[in-house]
Design a protein around this ligand. Sequence first.
Ligand code: A2P
Length: 333
Amino acid sequence: MNARIAILGATGAVGLEFLNLLAERNLPAANLRLLASSRSAGKSMQYAGTELIVEEVGPESFKDIDIALFSAGGSTSRHWARIAIESGARVVDNSSAFRMDEGVPLVIPEINPEAIGDAKVIANPNCSTIIMNMAVWPLHRRNPVERIIVSTYQAVSGAGQQAMLELESQTRDVLAGRPANPSVLPVQTAFNLFSHNTAIDETGYNIEEVKMIKETRKIFGAPDLAITATCIRVPVLRAHSESINLSFSGPMSESEARSILAEAPGVTLVDDRANNRFPMPIDATGKDDCLVGRIRSDASRNDGRGIELFVCGDQLRKGAALNAVQIAELLLN
Ligand code: A2P
């Protein structure tokens, strides 16, 4: 990769994954600027065998930067995006700040790369939305999906680095007979699961569910797509799992769904009925591809238009940093 890149939120869970991905792409350390808040200013981080020092983000941070990768929360994005653009950078934003704004492309490179155009800010979708649609889009292209019913089993990494550390320390505490004492996530995570920690709106859906619904419609360019979601947090470190029920406009056999998904970019089939081996978050961890399996016809209908799937994807890779780096690569080409 040959560009000057700044990472805002370099010390966070997604920020660390940005460093891994950029090193894999041989971005020289001299082309990389690490930015965070004053809390982390001066901290040294390893990058491709070099030590880089984290700087506090400021008005001069984006001078000479081609692409700014933002993953420091919505309010930080809102504050710094305009300043980064005025400095001449293009921003790939991992927060939800701009995702639904008209004129801001919301992009999954395997689905809608053409949406980027000459936009200065490109929004990276919600992690559960990306992971679901890596499996749904290839099927939707062949046979339009009329309805999606999805239930998620989401890793704690989506709540940031501190939530991952909390799951580890809480698991040790509970095993040692000590109280769980949750502080980052609202309730005990170890040996438990709970409704996603985002706020519930007046309809009873939580914000994560609303994101999956609205963002999928925007990415697919299908404003009337029927979709409902139930989002659950589980004690898994960094890969999300999702059970997906699809209704198609026309018949879709399980063998057709399997052969479409076998060819789909960014997807690996894990569908071994004989050995009862299917996608698991532990196998998706650290992988670029999303794992798809449990492909079967929906037994609750007799018109051949329903398919069930199970998907696992690394929340920090395809769900966040990898998708953003793929967008950056599109910007550079
Ligand atoms: P810092 O280390 O200075 O707190 P995560 O989502 O894993 O919790 O990470 C959040 C990232 O966003 C961290 O790198 C954090 O930096 C950064 N961050 C949070 N708030 C700000 C802010 N106001 N300005 C700049 N960076 C911020």
